[in-house]
Design a protein around this ligand. Sequence first.
Ligand code: GDP
Length: 357
Amino acid sequence: MKVVLIGVGQAGGKVTQSLAQFDYDMGFDAVRGALAVNTARADLQNLDIDTALIGQDRVKGHGVGGDNELGAQIMQENATEVLDELDGRITTEAEAIVVVAGLGGGTGSGGAPMLARELKRIYEKPVYVLGILPGRDEGGLYQANAGRSLKTAAREADSLLLVDNDAWRGSGDSVAAGFERVNDAISQRVGLLFASGEAVEGVGESVVDSSEIINTLRGGGIASIGYASAEASEDAGENVNTITSVTRNALLTSMSLPNAVKADSALLVVAGDPERLSRKGIERARRWVEDQTGSMEVRGGDFPLGSDKVASLVVLSGVERSERVNEFMDRAKEAANSQGATADPDEFTNDELDGLF
Ligand code: GDP
């Protein structure tokens, strides 16, 4: 799937750069453009991709702090400027636009859902938000901000692909090392997903294409992604169990939103050397995903890659009713209350949470 990426805020810019770099290093060429937008000049200076500084009249290049309402306002006021920057980058060949942001801060938290809304006004292509949830040990303001941002982004975007900062962090990681590990994990998983729709090597009818990714996400709401790999035998017939077990690992232990398995639809991409991919294994794994998710809409496809490993990439869509999301919303509600927010306490229940705008 050919995509254009727009990172908003610090995390958004860093993750966008890391996605663009992974795509380039792997030679996939699925990322057709990458732009980082921020209200803080300093955060843009460390990036190698194209950048746009917005809101200078309001915050003089110093950022919005944790004020995500201001982040949303500045994005709205500068939407034309940002869209102009994008013009020419979003060509007809791009099949989707992906807005990337940390949901707990200010610029990305408020700016990403607003930008998604503005993009949807103009483009016919799907607009996705790749949003990062703050870890459990981040402060209350981050949790409260992320609650409102998540709700708004899920409403505005065609799908909100959610990554929990606690999902892939090592237990002994410092905050910085943790971010780096999560950013690498995001670029590998999401990068492979984009690239999987682009595979041409060994084309066959079972090769996954962009429309399957788009159709999986079509129901909207919240989506998640997981991945696992293992060494494979040269003999496809011996890889039946390997394929089912990497799929099990991907779904049960590696999702970007952990413990959220029930879904409305799903996509299973099995990557590897076509000679090593067992059809029986892939079909068995796909049926297992149907059982686990309770969804009858589980698409499957291959991603031919020259490798001696096989890997399963699982995308779940419609996971917003999961325990995990409810648990996060409770955390956000508590945080907002303890900060003396004037919000109605019921505001942060999953169904009633007010959006940012
Ligand atoms: P903004 O610049 O105002 O949009 O705010 P930030 O992007 O700095 O922070 C928002 C949230 O993003 C925080 O809650 C952190 O959880 C998260 N965050 C910041 N930097 C990174 C990063 O490099 N990687 C990841 N995964 N998360 C980050």
